[in-house]
Design a binder for this molecule. Sequence first.
Ligand SMILES: [Zn+2]
Ligand SMILES: [Zn+2]
Length: 289
Amino acid sequence: MPCTKCGKKEYCSGFCKSHFMEYFEKKVRYTIRRFSLIGKKDKVAVAVSGGKDSTVLLYLLHKFGYGVEGITVTAFGGKHSDKNVENLRAVCEKHGIPLTEYLVKEELGHSVPEIKKMLAAKGVDQQMCALCGVLRRQMINRHAKAFDVVATGHTMDDEAQAFLMNVFRNDTKQVYRGGPRSSGKGFVPRIKPLYLIKESETAAYSRAMGFPVQYSRCPYSIDAYRRNFRGFLDEFEKKHPNAKNNIVNFYLSEFWGKKAGTAPKVCKACGEPSSGETCKACQIIGRIK
Ligand SMILES: [Zn+2]
Ligand SMILES: [Zn+2]
C-alpha cells in the first residue's frame, strides 16, 4: 500500500518515512494536549530504560521544548542492561539531555536477582519482572519528587494488554489506575504521552532516527502471563487491524474521566502510591531486612 499522503513507498502505518515521522510527532503532541499531560513550565522527569519506547519519548519531549531530564534505574548488571545504559548516555549526550542514573544495589544493598534469591529463601516466589518493576517504579517516584510530572514510555500495546489482563482477572481496582495520566495526593503525577502510539510505530520512529537501542527484550522478561497477552493481541491484530486502538478507545470512553486516573491510597512507609496500606516495594524491602 503506498503512502496515503504522497503515494511513495509505505514505511509504517500507511505513510512513507517522512510523512510517518510527521504523523508520529503530531500524534504525540495531540495526546499531550488532549489529556493535558504537560504544562509549558513543568519540569518533566522521563523514566528511561534505554529501550526504544522510553528513548523515543525522552528525545521527543526534549525536541518539543519541554524541560526534560532522564532518570534511569539499573536493577542488575549484565550485558543487556549495561548496553542499555551505554546507549542512553550516548543519546543524552548527543542531544544535550541531562541523565541521572540510580542503582538498585546501591540503594537497597542488593541487586534485583539477589533480592529474588533472598525472597525465595524465605519461601516467597516472585517473578523477576514483577520484582524489577515494583522496585524501579518506587525508586523513580522517590527521585522524581522535585519534578512536576513523571513521563513513562507506555504505549498503546502496553495499555491494551493491561486492560485485557484486568478484565481476565476481574481486577476492578487496578483498572481505574490506568489511563494516560494518574495523579493523587502526595505523589508526582505520572503521564503516558505514547498512550495512542503503537509499539511497532515507536520501533519504526526509533529506527528512522538511528537511535542506538536494543530491539530485543530484556533477557529476564519472562512474565508468562503478560507474554501470553502480548502474543494473543499481536496475533489478533494481524487479522483485525484496529483491535488495540479499539480496546484503548473503549477504555477512554467508559473509564477515563470517571474513576480512572486516581490512585486511591498512599503507602504509610514511603508515601508513594499504593493499593494497600503498605506498597509492594516496601513489603519486599521489609522482607529482606
Ligand atoms: Zn508520504
Ligand atoms: Zn512504600
